[in-house]
Each structure stands twice: as structure tokens, then as C-alpha cells.
Design a protein around this ligand. Structure first.
Ligand code: LMR
Length: 389
């Protein structure tokens, strides 16, 4: 029966890693998949994670199944990292297999709660949002977000569109470090979107994949927390891939804020049922490490320092790249944007030339992973970009 299948092209983001690995050019530069890299081009295991691994190794007494919500200590610790002091008796957090698993669970919940609801995503958004959410059967609609001319958020257009969204629809917002543009909402704009959510009755749905990589661990959730204090209902998906460097451990969570504690409990029972029907329960290892780090003072402080270091390095690279490209045009927006990604504003032919002629790898939209830059490849990269401009 499988001969009926048609081959599909490789994933536009994940497929880049293979192409890069197979390229024999010693000057090759990988700005593709969004993983943090250090100055040597490695994606290290964080020291706080190494220490937590030792403790977990000593303390873990069983590999028996966890409960349906996964690791409850992890859920509590992550919920408080995200929501802080916000009134939380209406919020429940459920561990999921990575941010991707949590996004999919959220979409399953939407279909069960309100089958007619659409999820509005920014133009552009992370390429995988559309299949992850849409394959659950939810209609995806788009709101304008990025102004390529100024490399900033076109907030007027966004607000105009969101003020037409129907009650019961969901609006997907990137908590910080917008992927792929690097252009974030200001705290004031978060406030305006929260007001619109209350007025229109749409449900904010926040994807928080980079907490700590923008302005700081607490700063990056300021908009989300202000919103949670205003709106009756909200969904938040969080990932520990980037800020804990736990990419392959698939560690994430879905938080549901409902109108009352009992409705939140009902939503969680539906999520248990949805998860049981897809993957049964989430993997334990990464969540066990995160729980240990967030609940042990010394490990938590070590982790905060490591996140600060990763963020500061990315910001420094942003400034360096903007400086190195000065002669080729105004790229100063790169230093004003946040997180791992920015759009260079190149067309597809230019991106293709960069890959074919210079072995510089980036997503077709000209999204670059800033963390792939280092002192050794910066000049070569700037020279290559200048050559295709
Ligand atoms: C990215 O956007 O590059 C990362 O989130 C990795 C992925 O799964 O696409």
C-alpha cells in the first residue's frame, strides 16, 4: 500500500541541518535551525543541567509511569516561572512533549471546546505553527504583524485586524523573541492587545519558547503577565528547549487559564483524555531536570546566570553583525530586535546564492539564527551577504 505515497520535500527549517553537515566547505556558516551555539559553534549541555543530572541520577528510584499530567513538581515550578504572582487558582499546567506537543494539545482543546473557533496567527509566524495547529482540525487565519520596510511590528495594522476578530476565536502571540522576525510587541502594545481581547472576547494564546532570551527571564513575561491579570481565559504554551538547552528531551507544558477553578479542572481532564489518545503521557527526563533546577536555590541561580550569558552573547552578536553590515545598508534594526532570529530582508534567489556560492545556510525567508555567528565567521558572513546584495 505504501507505493501510493508521494515523497515530500524535507522540512524547510530542520532540513537545513543535513545540507549544512554534508557541505565540505571549511568556511560554511550555519544560521538555520534555532539552537543556541557558543563561540565554538557547539550547543552545550548547561552546567546547571549537568549538576541536576548528577542529583537526578542519585535520587531517581523508579521508571514507573508518571501521572497523566506528567511531573507535577515541574508543572508547578514552570507555572510560577511564567505567571509569577498572578492569581493562579484558575490556572492549571500540564507537562507536554516539548512546546510542539503542547501546541498540538492546545489545538485539540480548542476543537473540543469550540469546534467553530479559528486560531489567528501573525504574518509571518513560525512555519510549524500552521501544521501543528491546523492538523488538529482548527481553521487558521492570519493577522498582519511585520512591516518589512521598517523591520518593526506594524501595530496599527495588527490592531485594526484584531478589532474584527470574533468572540471565541484565539489569537496566537509570541511571548517574546518573535520567530522568525525578532520584532516584539512593547509592554504598552501587550496592554492594548489585552484590552482588545476583553472587548472582542477572543482568547489570547501565547507561545513562550524563548523566555530569558529577549530582555530577561522576568522581563520577557511582563506582557504575558499583564495580560493574564486582565483577561478571563488564556492559553500559554512553554518550551524548555532553548532556555534550558533541553532540545532533544522534548520538555514543555501547556497552561490553561479558565474563567473559574472548576472549568480549569474540566479542561485538564479533557487534555488528559486528548493526550492519552495521542501519546499517553509525556517523557520524564527533561522535566525532572527542570524541576530540580527551578526548585534548588543554587541550581536556579546557576541557571539564571547561564541564561543571562546566552542572552548577552546573542545581543553582542546582534550589535557586531549590524556593525559589520554597515557598509552594505542600514541593518541597525538587527541590534534593536530580540532573541535568536532576524530577517535579513533578502529574496529567495539571494538566499539560494548564499547557500550555493558561499555555504551560508539560512531559512528561505532570509531568517537567520544570530547564535550561529561567532568571531571567526562574522567577517566572512558580512562579506558573503554584501556580495549577494
Ligand atoms: C526553529 O524555529 O528553528 C526552532 O524552533 C526549531 C524548529 O523546530 O523549527
Amino acid at each position: 500500500m505504501f507505493e501510493q505515497l508521494q515523497p515530500l520535500p524535507t522540512d524547510p527549517i530542520l532540513g537545513l541541518t543535513r545540507a549544512y553537515q554534508e557541505d565540505p566547505n571549511p568556511s560554511k556558516v550555519d544560521l538555520g535551525v534555532g539552537v543556541y551555539k557558543d563561540e565554538q559553534g557547539n550547543t552545550p549541555v548547561l552546567q546547571s543541567v549537568r549538576k541536576a543530572l548528577e542529583v537526578l541520577h542519585q535520587q531517581e528510584m523508579t521508571k514507573a509511569y508518571q501521572g497523566m499530567s506528567g511531573n507535577v513538581g515541574f508543572n508547578q515550578a514552570l507555572q510560577s516561572l511564567i505567571f509569577g504572582g498572578v492569581e493562579d487558582d484558575r490556572i492549571r499546567t500540564l507537562q507536554a512533549p516539548g512546546g510542539c506537543g503542547a501546541l498540538r494539545l492546545a489545538a485539540e482543546l480548542v476543537v473540543r471546546s469550540n469546534p467553530g473557533a479559528a486560531i489567528w496567527v501573525s504574518t509571518p509566524t513560525w512555519a510549524n505553527h500552521i501544521p501543528l495547529l491546523g492538523n488538529a482540525g482548527v481553521e487558521i487565519k492570519e493577522y498582519p504583524y511585520f512591516d518589512a520596510a521598517t523591520s518593526t511590528v506594524d501595530f496599527e495594522a495588527m490592531r485594526e485586524c484584531l478589532s474584527q476578530v470574533s468572540a471565541g476565536d484565539l489569537v496566537l502571540l509570541h511571548g517574546c523573541c518573535h520567530n522568525p522576525t525578532g520584532a516584539d510587541l512593547s509592554d504598552e502594545q501587550w496592554g492594548q492587545v489585552a484590552n482588545l481581547a476583553v472587548e472582542r472576547g477572543f482568547v489570547p494564546f501565547v507561545d513562550l519558547a524563548y523566555q530569558g532570551f529577549g530582555a530577561g527571564i522576568m522581563e520577557d513575561v511582563a506582557g504575558l503577565r499583564a495580560m493574564a491579570a486582565k483577561v478571563p481565559e488564556m492559553l500559554v504554551v512553554s518550551s524548555c528547549s532553548k532556555n534550558f538547552g533541553l532540545y532533544r528531551e522534548r520538555t514543555g507544558a501547556l497552561s490553561v487559564m479558565a474563567a473559574s477553578p472548576s472549568v480549569a479542572d474540566t479542561a485538564i481532564s479533557q487534555l488528559h483524555n486528548a493526550a492519552r489518545g495521542i501519546y499517553s503521557m509525556p517523557p520524564a527526563h527533561g522535566a525532572g531536570l527542570v524541576e530540580l533546577i527551578l526548585t534548588t536555590d543554587s541550581l536556579r541561580q546557576m541557571w539564571i546566570n547561564e541564561v543571562d550569558e546566552m542572552r548577552n552573547r546573542i545581543q553582542q552578536l546582534r550589535n557586531d553583525l549590524a556593525g559589520a553590515l554597515q557598509a552594505s545598508g542600514d541593518f541597525s534594526f538587527i541590534s534593536r530586535q530580540r532573541g535568536m532570529f532576524s530577517f535579513l530582508g533578502l529574496d529567495e534567489a539571494q538566499v539560494e546564492r548564499l547557500q550555493k556560492e558561499f555555504s551560508v545556510y539560512m531559512v528561505g525567508s532570509s531568517r537567520i539564527n544570530i547564535a550561529g555567528i561567532n568571531r571567526l565567521n562574522l567577517d566572512y558572513l558580512a562579506h558573503s551577504i554584501a556580495a549577494v546584495l
